[in-house]
Design a binder for this molecule. Structure first.
Ligand code: GDP
Ligand code: MG
Length: 300
């Protein structure tokens, strides 16, 4: 064994970038387990989520962030930006994720924020599986290297597991020598109730992303084992009666489908048979109300 691999290493790695570039997908695939919800719709992730990967002497603590974006009008958006900026400070390494060859105003804003941090930055050029003309990649990587000072620029695909082993190797090399902060079987800092609520939110977002823009939250009202069965009851809060109708769907078909999909994911995650009940309630103005946000778990 070399001296280097005998070191006990542990450190925080923040995954940052604008919404929808694939940050949560990258976290899930690095962990080999789904802990952060993903969808085609921007702003699926609302809180910083820790994903912990322990292998032998090395513990990587990933911080998945909501994604910095320019809209600041609503309290929920301000909260999400705050979470992402906090995560950039005090980490050992930052992975800045971008979507293929695309560079937007929001990417630029993230890059300028990164000018003020001291941690080394790895630029992950994600979704390369979707680049048809591979010739365009190399000159673009060259251009990217001029936009910020990154330790490395890695083209990869989070979804198709392309180059993730290389990314992991670079991460491990950057981790400081330190004792592990979490037990080796712990994969996230979030509670089971939180994970259950997030799964329901993911299914709704995937089904109805365009019809329910942001104005939806999920609260777990019951989370209780009864023998071998886990009873979960979730309350879905929407802002308007029209949204409630859409969510329930014709003869309740929509909500039934959401429930079935959520239950399947929960049974995998909690390794148990699950009885899931979903309720929909109108609570107007929650996404712009700081106090309501805190009661839903979006507190600092
Ligand atoms: P986030 O907002 O940055 O956390 O983005 P998500 O992880 O939620 O992903 C946004 C969308 O991009 C989802 O539909 C993912 O399936 C998709 N996606 C993520 N990584 C890849 C990739 O490597 N290739 C392709 N084709 N799609 C990806
Ligand atoms: Mg996300």
């Amino acid at each position: 064994m070399t001296e280097k691999s005998a070191l006990i290493r542990c450190g925080y790695v923040a995954i940052v970038g604008r919404p929808n570039v694939g940050k949560s997908t990258l976290l899930n695939h690095m962990l080999g387990q789904k802990i952060s919800i993903t969808s085609r719709k921007p702003q699926t992730t609302r809180n910083n989520v820790l994903g912990i990967k322990t292998e032998g002497d090395t513990q990587i603590i990933f911080v998945d962030t909501p994604g910095l974006h320019l809209g600041q009008e609503k309290a929920i958006n301000r909260y999400m930006n705050r979470s992402a900026s906090t995560a950039m400070k005090d980490v050992d390494l930052i992975i800045f994720v971008v979507d293929r060859l695309i560079w937007t105003e929001e990417d630029e804003a993230v890059a300028r924020q990164l000018d003020h941090v001291n941690s080394p930055i790895i630029l992950a050029v994600n979704k390369v599986d979707q680049i048809d003309d591979k010739e365009t990649l190399l000159p673009h990587l060259q251009q990217l290297s001029e936009k910020l000072s990154a330790l490395e620029i890695i083209p990869l695909s989070a979804l198709r597991n392309i180059n993730l082993d290389r990314l992991e190797k670079i991460i491990v090399d950057q981790l400081p020598e330190a004792v592990h902060l979490f037990p080796e079987d712990q994969i996230t800092d979030k509670s089971s109730r939180f994970m259950a609520a997030e799964i329901v939110r993911e299914k709704i977002t995937r089904q109805l992303g365009d019809e329910l823009p942001y104005e939806m939250a999920v609260e777990i009202e019951e989370f209780k084992y009864e023998g071998q069965l886990l009873n979960i009851s979730a309350l879905i809060l929407v802002e308007k009666s029209g949204q409630k109708k859409i969510l329930i769907g014709d003869k309740g078909e929509r909500i039934k489908l959401i429930g079935t999909q959520a239950r399947i994911d929960m049974e995998k995650l909690f390794e148990s048979k699950i009885m899931l009940k979903l309720w929909v309630k109108i609570k107007s103005g929650w996404s712009d109300d700081e106090r309501a946000l805190r009661s839903l778990g979006y507190g600092d």
